[in-house]
Write a protein that binds this ligand. Structure first.
Ligand SMILES: [Fe+2]
Length: 246
């Protein structure tokens, strides 16, 4: 009897390795077009991993960044098709959007109306890690005027905001939603980032969580985190909109 109970307990523990949503909105799994998956084989492995976490719909978001990854709808579509061809029939639904670095290149995309939004006209934007975009609130307003709903990617990773946290309130109140990374909560980017991530959750500023999955190393770190007590406790506090994106 004791053995059975122990067996049940173990089974329950392994069942918890899934994300608390079925729609992931931030990843770099399209092969060879940014600093994410380098090739189709790697991409297929990352997709399988996401499936194991219970993800059924992947809205993947390759970088669009001036000088480093100047992707366009054409470059993304071509690489996306390679991945689709390589995936079997049991693959989850995969659609693509982009993670737009706020820079001059992005302003051109906005002006020329070639943005690729997430469902519901959401646009995933990111700051550089060295300095914030020079007119973040102005740009948020400009996007809203065009009918877009901006989502700031991983606000917890911008270290230059840590000493002036009221900026988060200011940005959030301007109508920009926030998407946190699981890796931040797992401590992958360090203690300070993790603390800010928890602070943002406590403030109620977190609309979405995302894997921001680039590679197998990220996948391992997320899987490990999903097995912790900390994760199980945290999930109860979250009120995520991931599965409402239509
Ligand atoms: Fe990203």
């Amino acid at each position: 009897m004791k053995m059975n109970m122990f067996g049940l307990f173990n089974k329950k523990k392994s069942d918890t390795v899934s994300l608390p949503y079925t729609t992931d909105i931030h990843s770099h799994i399209i092969p060879g077009i940014d600093d994410g998956s380098p090739d189709v084989e790697h991409s297929v492995a990352l997709v399988k991993q996401m499936q194991e976490w219970g993800v059924k719909r992947i809205i993947t978001t390759p970088h669009v960044t001036e000088e480093t990854f100047e992707n366009t709808p054409e470059t993304i579509t071509a690489a996306y098709n390679l991945l689709k061809e390589a995936l079997g029939e049991d693959a989850p639904e995969i659609i693509f959007s982009a993670e737009y670095r706020m820079d001059e290149n992005f302003l051109k995309h906005v002006k020329n109306d070639i943005l690729i939004p997430l469902p519901g006209n959401h646009i995933l934007i990111e700051n550089s890690f060295l300095q914030p975009f020079w007119d973040l609130k102005g740009l948020i307003y400009q996007l809203q005027l065009k009918g877009f709903n901006p989502i700031l990617a991983h606000p917890e990773r911008y270290a230059y905001y840590y000493d002036e946290k009221e900026i988060y309130t200011d940005i959030y109140n301007s109508g920009c939603m926030f998407q946190l990374n699981w890796l931040s909560l797992a401590g992958y980017y360090g203690k300070e980032t993790r603390n800010i991530a928890y602070w943002l959750i406590e403030k109620g500023y977190v609309d979405f969580l995302g894997t921001d999955l680039h590679n197998r190393r990220h996948a391992r770190a997320i899987t490990e985190f999903l097995q912790t007590k900390e994760y199980r406790k945290l999930v109860e506090k979250l009120n995520l909109k991931n599965d409402t994106l239509k």
